[in-house]
Each structure stands twice: as C-alpha cells, then as structure tokens.
Design a protein around this ligand. Structure first.
Ligand SMILES: Cc1cc2nc3c(=O)[nH]c(=O)nc-3n(C[C@H](O)[C@H](O)[C@H](O)COP(=O)(O)OP(=O)(O)OC[C@H]3O[C@@H](n4cnc5c(N)ncnc54)[C@H](O)[C@@H]3O)c2cc1C
Length: 184
C-alpha cells in the first residue's frame, strides 16, 4: 500500500476514457489504448493484465519492462504482434537497519542477507557508473553515522531529502520510504 499523497494520472481524462480506481487506462496486449489506434500507455498509466488474469502492480519493474517492450514493438512496426509478458523478478523493501524482505513469488528472503541483496540490486539498477559509486558512498556514510534520509534518486542530484522532492521528477523510487524511524 502506497500512502504518499500521490494521485492517479489524468491521462484517461485527456482521452475522454474512464480509467479504473487508480486512473489506469485499459490497453491491449501490445499496450495500445483500446479505443485509439496510435496511442499507447504503459507503467502506472496503463491497466495491463498478467498471465494470471489479475492487473499488474504499479511497480517500477512493470514500467521498465513495458518501456523496453514498447520501444522494440514500435521500432519493429505494426507487423509485430508478440504481446507484452511481465516477468516478475521479485519485490523488495527495506524494513529497518540490516533488515529487508524479498518476495520472489515462490520463495521469500528476509533479514540481513535480504538487506545486503537489496543494496546490491538498487546500486546495480542505477543508470551509470558514477551514480553507482556516489550513491554507494553516501549509503555507507549514512549507515555508519546512522543518519536518516530518503533514498530518492533524482535526475539532478544523486540523492535528495524528502522535503525537497515534492516538485521534482525522479528516475527511480526505491523502497526506502518503507523504512521505520531510525532504519537505515
Ligand atoms: C511513494 C512511492 C513509493 C514507491 N516505491 C516503489 C518501490 O519501492 N518499488 C517499485 O518497484 N515501485 C515503487 N513505486 C512505484 C513506481 O514508482 C512506479 O510504478 C513507477 O515509477 C511507474 O513508472 P512510470 O514511468 O509509469 O511513471 P513515473 O515514474 O511516475 O513517470 C512519469 C513521468 O511523467 C512525468 N509527467 C507527468 N505528467 C506529465 C505531463 N503532463 N507532461 C510531461 N511529463 C509528465 C512525470 O514528471 C514523471 O517523470 C513507488 C511509488 C510511490 C508513489
């Protein structure tokens, strides 16, 4: 459950469509908005269904995979009909200092090992080498000094304080906001 004061994308209203409760627009297997031939939607804006028939969650890995899929699909042109299939690579969240949880669907991992894995995964997913080094140094420093701070990776700064981010765009929102007070 996300409780961060976010509201649904207005994209369904722009198109005069009725979205679901989260404002998501129904799309077909190729992420094409069902009532428009040349409009596609993905990520939090799109209502896509998984192989189990349930809506895919509003998570970064869904949006990223759809971005890769749609880029390739549009490049290949309308002859390509292979539908988008979400590959669940697992979900993770930090729940305290040295404590995290991983949910891979069929199995779960928790505790210090999960916390270490969480850090590796997030640093690995950062967009460039410089950012990986910078964020790693900041995290290690904050871990040692027990400082708090949201791990929000911004386009202009590698890490910013929660108060500063309300109006900024972001690249990635790691699960640091799930951390309890004092968690690191
Ligand atoms: C508090 C919070 C915590 C989260 N934690 C996690 C997590 O731990 N793990 C996880 O996997 N997912 C998490 N998510 C979900 C994840 O952030 C989203 O699923 C993902 O970012 C969706 O990607 P997107 O590209 O669809 O949308 P976004 O990442 O929101 O990108 C949309 C972009 O469009 C821009 N935009 C909006 N309107 C306009 C406009 N009119 N014109 C031009 N640009 C516009 C926005 O500025 C933004 O840059 C979290 C979300 C929230 C709110």
């Amino acid at each position: 459950m996300w409780g961060a004061g976010v509201k649904p994308s207005p994209a369904s209203k722009w198109l005069g469509l009725t979205g679901d409760r989260a404002g998501r627009i129904p799309v077909d297997g190729n992420l094409r908005v069902t009532e428009f031939d040349e409009i596609y939607a993905l990520g939090d804006t799109a209502l896509t269904v998984g192989t189990d028939g349930k809506p895919l969650p509003g998570l970064a890995q869904v949006a990223k995979q759809q971005g890769v899929y749609l880029g390739r699909f549009l490049k290949r042109g309308p002859t390509s009909t292979q539908p988008f299939v979400f590959k669940n690579r697992g979900n993770t969240a930090v729940i305290g200092r040295n404590a995290a949880v991983f949910d891979f669907g069929s199995w779960t991992l928790k505790g210090r090992l999960a916390w270490l894995l969480w850090a590796f995964v997030h640093v690995y997913l950062l967009v460039n080498f410089e950012k990986r080094i910078l964020v790693s140094i900041q995290w290690i420093s904050r871990y040692i000094t027990r400082q708090r701070g949201a791990r929000i990776i911004d386009e202009h700064q590698s890490e910013v304080d929660t108060d500063e981010v309300s109006s900024k765009s972001h690249i990635m929102r790691p699960p640091s906001r799930l951390m309890p007070k004092g968690g690191r």
